[in-house]
Design a protein around this ligand. Structure first.
Ligand code: NAI
Length: 551
């Protein structure tokens, strides 16, 4: 818990973890030398929230609301999280996807104040010293990006810093991981984005990206330094290019506490949707056939986790892989292709070359298509109609984001399939009404999974993050969709109850952590109560009250 560290007066107001703004009591004002420095009132947190909402209502766009909220975070952390947690359905799309995409594109221009750490490759050989500059010593999560591939937006260089900042806010807002243990980080390896290199307000190194060997050797130094400077820290890799994401995960996963959300978190949440789609159809995962559009980090991560889940249902790995086909920018992955990476080869089956996605559907007869291509509109009317011809309930997962990159909209999926599709997207779409029927489409958003995994790792001090933990999280999320909503085609739980959903998910993952012998704390009797004990509450710290001689 934060302390005032002897801070008084204006220093208390300038510390976002201590600042209560208009909520200091008279005793606190007296004890901390605040009399006259704040209005002579003592407001409740709810009244403060009312003011925040009124001010937000004056903002014309979500980007303006994003800037306002980040500014609030710079001044008053508790009120920021109280706002987010008061209405997650409303605020998550503002602090994260889809607004974050626009915020990143303009990051250097809307920048107000440093947040997190900027670790540039110019600091080679000095990474430990740089990490030691961070004031908080008990860091449990670093979310690190080199911004090689931000969302579906490509190489954003230093503008990608918005992503680790936003991701870590979701650890707190969705699963209650206390914010003081979280460190967003941009690993600056330059950028190949010409537009940013020419922009005078760009905040990163003005250099082209290095060779893979140079980059990986710097990441090695970083990962190694973290073990020494923050020994309980889990490293969350985010938005690296597909190949780097997969290779860096392979490089560290068995040695250190690391995971990659694009690979494993995406896989977990999509798996949850697939589990529920199969439930709606009265089938098992291993009865289904899958065709991916896109074979990058998200696609491969999902295919691998899906196969592990099918193996848990009784298939051999080969049998599981034979149910998964992939199609990328160069066509169907098949065994004569010479351009495939090692990690794509398990899905390159014996098959004639094929460049047409509709033909691939007609040939491989998938029950489910999964869009992770980064290209909007690629699930065309012909695609959906082909899926509807061969399936009573075609499962259509259009996961690319931001919104305009979705492979198809829910309206298109339901219209073109004549209401038969079971659909989810990577972004939130409003309900659609077609021929008098209302369709609610779920959002396969990683934020159901990675904050819960984070909470489980935080509470158990797990030494590794495993695929089994993501499969368990997927099952836990899937199990929390009530049957009536499932029957209406909703694959994911409602966002309004996200904290409780994640506490239950974290408890199931934590149980697995203990069963696997990966925990570094004693096993509790009641896992849900154990998780609840660790949950951050957006209430003002009692430290100021204590300093004032109160409770
Ligand atoms: P990536 O860049 O690693 O892979 C993209 C893949 O799509 C490549 O295999 C590429 O060949 C293929 N592709 C590109 N254009 C294509 C076309 N016209 N037709 C067929 N294939 C094409 O990207 P990554 O990391 O795999 O992410 C893919 C998408 O998934 C992104 O848009 C991202 O926003 C989304 N995503 C969604 C998540 C979610 O909804 N929960 C989480 C993570 C990623």
């Amino acid at each position: 818990m934060a302390t005032t560290h002897g801070k008084r007066g204006i220093e208390v107001l300038q510390d976002p973890a201590l600042n209560k703004s208009t909520a200091f009591t008279e005793a606190e004002k007296q004890a901390l030398g605040l009399v006259g420095l704040v209005p002579d009132v003592t407001e409740t947190e709810d009244l403060q929230l009312q003011r925040v909402n009124a001010q937000l209502a004056e903002k014309p766009t979500d980007l303006e609301r994003y800037i306002y909220l980040i500014n609030l975070l710079d001044h008053n952390e508790t009120l920021f999280y109280r706002t987010l947690m008061s209405d997650p359905t409303r605020f998550l799309p503002i602090v994260y996807d889809p607004t974050i995409g626009e915020a990143c594109l303009k990051f250097g221009h809307i920048y107000r104040q440093a947040r997190g750490m900027y670790l540039s490759m110019n600091r080679r050989g000095k990474v430990k010293d740089v990490l030691r500059n961070w004031p908080q010593k008990d860091i449990r999560f670093i979310c690190v990006t080199d911004a090689g591939r931000i969302l579906g937006l490509g190489d954003l260089g230093a503008n990608g810093m918005g992503i680790p900042i936003g991701k870590l806010q979701l650890y707190t807002a969705c699963a209650g991981v206390p914010p003081q243990h979280l460190l967003p980080m941009y690993l600056d390896a330059g950028t190949n984005n010409e537009q940013y290199l020419r922009d005078p307000l760009y905040l990163g190194m003005r250099k082209a990206r290095p060779s893979t060997e140079e980059l990986y050797s710097f990441v090695d130094e970083f990962v190694d330094a973290v073990q020494e400077v923050f020994p309980k820290c889990c490293i969350h890799f985010e938005d690296w290019t597909g190949a780097d994401a997969v290779h860096l995960l392979q490089r560290y996963r068995d040695k250190y506490c690391v995971y990659n959300d694009d690979v494993q978190g995406t896989a977990g949440i999509v798996l949850a949707g697939m589990i529920n789609a199969a439930k709606i159809k009265g089938a098992k995962l291993s009865n289904e056939r899958y065709l991916f559009l896109g074979a990058g980090s998200a696609g491969i991560g999902l295919a691998n986790l899906l196969c592990s889940a099918m193996v848990e249902e009784g298939l051999t790995l080969k049998q599981a892989q034979s149910r998964v086909y992939m199609f990328d920018i160069n066509g169907l992955l098949e065994d004569t292709r010479t351009d495939l990476a090692d990690f794509q080869k398990p899905y390159a089956h014996k098959h004639a070359p094929m460049r047409d996605f509709v033909a691939a559907i007609e040939d491989t007869k998938p029950t489910t298509i999964i869009g992770v291509s980064t290209v909007g509109g690629t699930f065309t009317q012909k695609v959906i109609e082909a899926m509807s011809r061969i399936n009573e309930r075609p499962v259509i997962l259009a996961l690319s984001n931001p919104t305009e990159k979705a492979e198809c909209t829910p309206e298109q999926a339901y219209t073109w399939s004549k209401g038969k599709a079971i659909y989810a997207a990577g972004v939130q779409f409003p309900p659609v009404r077609i021929n008098g029927r209302t369709f609610f489409s779920g959002q396969a958003n990683n934020f159901y999974i990675f904050p819960a995994i984070g909470m489980a790792v935080f509470a158990t001090e797990a030494s590794r993050v495993t695929d089994e933990m993501f499969i368990e999280a997927a099952r836990a999320v899937a199990d929390q969709v009530p049957p009536d909503l499932l029957n209406q085609g909703l694959l994911y739980p409602l966002q309004s109850n996200i904290l409780e959903t994640e506490i239950q998910t974290a408890a199931r993952v934590a149980r697995l952590v203990f069963d696997s012998g990966l925990a570094r704390v004693a096993r509790p009797d009641d896992m849900v109560a154990f998780i609840r004990q660790h949950v951050y509450k957006p209430e003002y710290s009692r430290e100021a009250a204590r300093a004032a001689g109160g409770a």
